[in-house]
Design a protein around this ligand. Structure first.
Ligand SMILES: Nc1ncnc2c1ncn2[C@@H]1O[C@H](COP(=O)(O)OP(=O)(O)O)[C@@H](O)[C@H]1O
Ligand SMILES: [Mg+2]
Length: 223
């Protein structure tokens, strides 16, 4: 069986004015469907750059990226956007919920973008919100939710379209340690009970210790 994600010798060079910065210097990495992995490494080691490439938010400079056996290294922006919308879900440190929408509407939004009917979108969103433990807060706006509750809503939004992989970039970075632990446990449950494929970016050793597989980045390379 081929890997869900296969990276071969991936590089990323940022060019700003006259200067170049080599953020990724030849990364090889494979992820199987159903795996949960933590990508560790100090600030500036290239974790977010790598996630942005794996999540179809950015192109690599050189190298080969295969997703589900398909070479996606040289896709055009609109093709990348199409895969991104269908295949991946994101969770970020600062939640990125839309402030004027309530929890339910935030979770329904990705389904609207796919042209799904309101009634079925609502049903799916309610199911997921129940699963992540915030069913009682569906009419709350983000500023009426705690950080942990907001991150649960964000996780629900990432899950609702049934993506093949979830990328979480420092998902506990804005949470206290007890809430971080609870949010991590939710992600672990989603992996163990539903075989969700999850990539967690973190610089926190304790968070990485909770994950079944840990990959460490150092200075643009996988150590
Ligand atoms: N858009 C960009 N333009 C120029 N340099 C960037 C850009 N994004 C990231 N970098 C640089 O690339 C390096 C890796 O960044 P990043 O992937 O965000 O690291 P991490 O997530 O591990 O903290 C950093 O030195 C950062 O300053
Ligand atoms: Mg980062």
């Amino acid at each position: 069986m081929s890997a869900l994600i296969s990276l071969e010798n991936i590089t990323k060079t940022y060019v700003t004015g006259e200067s170049e910065f080599h953020a990724l210097k030849g990364v090889d990495f494979q992820l199987q469907s159903g795996e949960m992995v933590a990508i560790m490494g100090s600030s500036g080691s290239g974790k977010s750059t790598l996630m942005n490439i794996m999540g179809f938010l950015d192109h690599c400079t050189t190298g080969r990226y295969c997703f589900s056996g398909r070479d996606v290294s040289r896709l055009k922006d609109d093709e990348l956007a199409a895969i991104r919308n269908q295949k991946v879900g994101f969770v970020f440190q600062s939640f990125f919920l839309l402030p004027r929408l309530n929890a339910l509407q935030n979770v329904m939004l990705p389904l609207f973008y796919r042209g799904e009917e309101e009634s079925s979108a609502k049903l799916k969103a309610l199911n997921i919100l129940e699963k992540v433990g915030v069913r009682d807060f569906i009419t709350h706006k983000p500023n009426q939710l705690s950080g942990g509750q907001q991150q649960r809503v964000a996780i629900a939004r990432a899950l609702v379209g049934n993506p093949e992989v979830i990328f979480a970039d420092e998902p506990t970075g804005s949470l206290d340690s007890k809430t971080s632990h609870d949010v991590m446990q939710l992600l672990i449950d989603l992996n163990q009970q539903e075989q969700r494929t999850i990539v967690i970016i973190t610089h926190d050793k304790e968070i990485s210790f909770m994950c079944p597989r840990v990959v460490t980045m150092k200075d643009g390379c996988v150590a």
